[in-house]
Design a protein around this ligand. Structure first.
Ligand SMILES: CC(C)(COP(=O)(O)OP(=O)(O)OC[C@H]1O[C@@H](n2cnc3c(N)ncnc32)[C@H](O)[C@@H]1OP(=O)(O)O)[C@@H](O)C(=O)NCCC(=O)NCCS
Length: 112
């Protein structure tokens, strides 16, 4: 019988900020036809009505989610996971924390 003694560390999800702009832009460009530039992402991250989270795995940003909120509603602006990291539940973990933070901001409806 073989026991697995070491498991791979799970991605860590936390709020994204300006220093994450380049990594988020790179992920966005890898995921969408019209990729955002670093400047565009910086503008979004500096916007007080935008909430952003990122997932980091082995020191690399592997996913992000951004939404804009107003009153008790929010809209997902973008969500992406690095192509090589998809299908491992990373988007699910990102959205779980993101939606809990939105709920804490009194958001009751989320659109995408
Ligand atoms: C969509 C995306 C973010 C999913 O990321 P992921 O980390 O692979 O997703 P997860 O592994 O957490 O899967 C979460 C759930 O979504 C489902 N799912 C994943 N990709 C999906 C897709 N393209 N369409 C529909 N459902 C999808 C999974 O089956 C899973 O469902 P389950 O929990 O019932 O098994 C990723 O495929 C991606 O970056 N795609 C390109 C960008 C994009 O389309 N973004 C969404 C629109 S803004």
């Amino acid at each position: 019988m073989v026991f697995r003694l070491f498991t791979r560390p799970a991605p860590v999800v936390s709020e994204a900020s300006l220093p994450d702009a380049a990594a988020i832009a790179s992920l966005h460009q890898a995921s969408f036809r019209h990729g955002w530039s670093k400047d565009e992402v910086e503008r979004l991250l500096a916007d007080r009505t935008v909430l952003a989270h990122r997932a980091v795995h082995n020191g690399m940003t592997v996913g992000f989610v951004l939404s804009r909120f107003a009153a008790d509603e929010a809209e997902i602006l973008s969500l992406a996971v690095a192509p090589s990291q998809r299908g491992k539940g990373i988007a699910g973990v990102l959205l779980d924390l993101h939606m809990r933070r939105l709920a804490g901001l009194k958001v009751r409806a989320l659109f995408c």
